[in-house]
Design a protein around this ligand. Structure first.
Ligand SMILES: [Zn+2]
Length: 166
């Protein structure tokens, strides 16, 4: 769990739920029937954002909610350069990914996306003092199944604040 990094805000384009900007998927870190963790780039301003899945639902688990973190363009560029060089050293690749995740600044914004259509469904801002789960979705959803599989509370934020999710 972690509090959002002070001053870290998702760019206005991605968080405008009624007309979200197009985005480009720059690098996929993890996937399961679609993207679970990735670095995306805003189609309007070029901001790099790390998205990490908190929960999924719907047919084929296509509706997904992600926590978001800001990544400096320089950090993203260095990471992509290192990955493109194709280090075959698995430990080094892990260290590079760990460095990228460590440098990323957690924002209070959640993004909901439709994985099939690669579209933003909505954005919701959590209160600044929210403790946001930071472990991998693989651990999170595994824990939840073990606890009986009730729906995550994160969807409730979209019902209140977004015009795009019913
Ligand atoms: Zn933007």
């Amino acid at each position: 769990m972690a509090h959002p990094s002070p001053g870290a805000e998702l760019c206005v384009h991605l968080r405008t739920a009624t007309a979200p900007a197009a985005f480009e998927t720059v690098y996929v870190l993890d996937e399961q029937a679609g993207i679970t963790d990735a670095v995306i780039r805003c189609g309007e301003c070029g901001a790099h954002v790390l998205i990490e899945m908190l929960d999924w639902r719907g047919s084929g688990f296509a509706e997904r909610v992600y926590r978001t973190s800001l990544v400096d363009a320089a950090d993203a560029g260095r990471y992509l350069h290192d990955r493109a060089r194709g280090s075959c050293d698995v430990r080094r690749a892990g260290a590079e990914t760990h460095a990228l995740l460590t440098l990323a600044r957690l924002t209070p914004w959640l993004l909901a996306m439709d994985e099939r259509a690669s579209t933003v469904l909505g954005a919701a801002r959590l209160p600044d003092d929210t403790d946001i789960p930071t472990q991998s979705w693989r651990e999170r959803l595994g824990d939840r199944r073990a606890q009986g599989g009730e729906e995550s509370p994160f969807w409730a934020h979209f019902a209140r604040s977004s015009t795009r999710i019913e």
